[in-house]
Design a protein around this ligand. Structure first.
Ligand code: ZN
Length: 252
């Protein structure tokens, strides 16, 4: 770790954060790269909104707490990657994955959505950056395993909701697991390879279970209990990857 790497990562983390804020604003709405547009009034505005958090000049719309959080956390995580490097990934690849997973997490938390183009970008990232580490078959096997295991869970979740809805005689709109989670598990499979992806999914389910358990208890305590509140699983998959990458690092 050198001072140079830390400074570089602070800068790249900050640039990445600007990108995440911009993409999380435009992609769910326009499904393509556009000039920066105000999410409140739809007018084009300058990059100053993302870089310096200057309000929209047309309607005065201020950056949201998310814009501020991301802009602070980007350099923090970038700097942390310099201090605690993931040698199995390499600094630049780790930064790219950081930006990628930040974008997935922000959009999933805000929109309950993992966009197909974002998943596709993850597949490309996985193929480009992991084949050199794990070899082509291990990478593809990991991706295929992640996708198929989550697909089975997706159908099981769907079945569970249908059975429960029939037994209660009421329609339940919620789905247990989104298809975006299936795609994301595929991307994470490419990143973790085989058999790492098995641990990745198990850990994500465990983390999701613990958090939803705590959430349920809190809901019951506040007497606001509501069954079948779907949990966005994306952030747990991402958290699980981070934990496993650092663990595999410690084991070596
Ligand atoms: Zn505006």
């Amino acid at each position: 770790m050198s001072m140079y790497t830390i400074l570089l990562n602070l800068l790249l983390g900050w640039i990445g954060a600007i990108l995440v804020n911009y993409l999380a604003d435009v992609l769910p709405v326009y499904r393509k790269f556009t000039k920066p547009k105000c999410i409140a009034c739809g007018e084009e505005f300058s990059w100053k909104f993302y870089i310096l958090l200057v309000p929209c000049s047309h309607c005065g719309n201020k950056p949201s707490p998310r814009h501020i959080f991301v802009l602070i956390l980007g350099p923090v995580f970038g700097g942390l990657l310099a201090i605690f490097p993931l040698e199995s990934l390499g600094n630049y690849s780790a930064l790219l994955w950081l930006i990628y997973f930040s974008l997935v997490t922000v959009i999933d938390l805000e929109q309950r959505l993992i966009l197909h183009p974002v998943s596709l970008a993850g597949v490309i990232l996985g193929m480009v950056f992991r084949i050199s580490n794990h070899g082509i078959w291990n990478t593809i096997l990991g991706g295929a395993a992640g996708f198929s295991i989550m697909l089975i869970l997706y159908f099981l979740g769907d079945l569970f909701v249908r059975v429960m809805s029939r037994s209660r005689g009421e329609e339940i709109e919620e789905i247990a697991l989104g298809f975006g989670d299936v795609n994301l598990a595929g991307v994470i499979g490419l990143l973790l390879g085989w058999p790492g992806i098995i641990a990745g999914i198990l850990l994500a389910i465990l983390l999701g279970g613990v958090v939803s358990g705590i959430y349920l208890v809190l809901q019951v305590l506040r007497k606001k209990y509501q069954a079948y509140q779907a949990l966005p699983y994306g952030p747990f998959l991402v958290l699980s990857v981070v934990v496993l990458l650092y663990l595999s690092h410690l084991v070596k």
